[in-house]
Ligand binder design. Sequence first.
Ligand code: ADP
Length: 478
Amino acid sequence: MSKFEYANAPESSAILNLQSRYQLFINGKFVAPKSGKYFKSINPATAKELAEFAYANNSDIDLAVKSARTALTKVWSKLPAAERGKYLFRIARILQERAREFAVAETLDNGKPIRESRDTDIPLAAQHFFYHGGWADKLDFVVKNPKPYGVVAQIIPWNFPLLMLAWKIAPALATGNTVVLKPAETTPLTAMLFAQVCQQAGLPDGVVNIITGDGATGANLVKHPGVNKIAFTGSTEVGKAIARSIADSDKVATLELGGKAANIVFNDAAIDETVEGIVNGIFFNQGHVCCAGSRLLVQEDIANELVLKLQRRVSLIRVGDPMDKNTDMGAINSAAQLQKINELVESGNKEGAQMWQSDCKLPTNGYWFAPTIFTGVSQSHRIAREEIFGPVLSVLTFRTPQEAIEKANNTQYGLSAGVWSDKGSKIMWTAKHLKAGVIWANTFNKFDAASPFGGYKESGWGREGGKHGLLAYLKAGK
Ligand code: ADP
């Protein structure tokens, strides 16, 4: 098959004033870490260093938590709710004004295509602040006599760095809490730009504190006695460690963890549209998505036709420079993540599934993985059970709707699922029987600030977004 050739269309990075070193953001100021240590974040598309970030140790964590407590008692809790809302609106507008700069920063630090950071991550982050700004003075509609928990520790992953920050900070501020946030060690850049936005918006000092570091920083933040609530997004393994570490305290937690979504295709689905949905479901953001449609369940009589169409479509995915506006799939976020993907893919081959890979040309520097489809996958294979968090699709087949449900629910996870059919009644029946927090019908990976997101089983506790998400930051007052 002939492939289309395009001229390169690289986005300029000139708009980003990249500093060589970023400090901690505590009490409204950028301060050097007490630890005296810094770590590097690299650009995964080139494997070259992007900038240095401060490493927060226990003394730094203590300062950040104390600053959040002082801001809570002296300033934030005294403000009328509508005034709190104004800050959120202001932050949302500044994010929009600086959208291009944020998109460039996100793509350089994370490796995702500029088209996605520009059209998905940054606009949705701004939307979260607008949406929650509107709720700030209407919390009585969520719960009677609402009260914030106090100081919230928020720990986020590297797959949607700014968007996850917005999912965490916007509802926490709208409900009157103050925040200490720790971004992931491989993607701290947009969080530090966000700290500048807090200053620009005139947010009172200490309401948002941002500390950078690794898993140990996160674990120590969770343990700090001054923290009232934890909001975490990341792996199930770390989620469980957090749950264990707060078990003998009065801290509460929301945990948004892993997933292994079934994307169920019935034989009456519109096949070309379904192919697009499957591609979006698993190859969006290099498959670094907790709700990715990583298990394709296809009705047996259309499986051959669907897989052929899918392979043809996937071979057209343009993999390469994330800063190029034509790029569909960018770099794998880190060497460690690439190693995890390689290991699981190897297990798929060893366990007897058949691997197909796009013959796209991968860049030589940086971390890359070609779009991959496994057929002949059985439920016991590791690639059908474990979260790969990469551009790898496993295809399983089913004959009856009951079999589809049994296979879809045969997982420790329950975050999301997709259903493709021409029949509304079949979609409703399937959705009713799926144990998943979010179910998309004839579409996939649609997100909105008003829509609650979260999982069943080992996919986590609590919901983010919408009215349900606000509840996670409020206790009913006496
Ligand atoms: P992933 O496997 O996707 O990298 P992790 O769950 O390891 O996800 O990381 C998500 C976030 O949790 C990151 O900010 C990371 O630094 C932090 N983290 C890692 N280990 C711990 C821990 N034991 N306690 C708290 N936070 C942690």
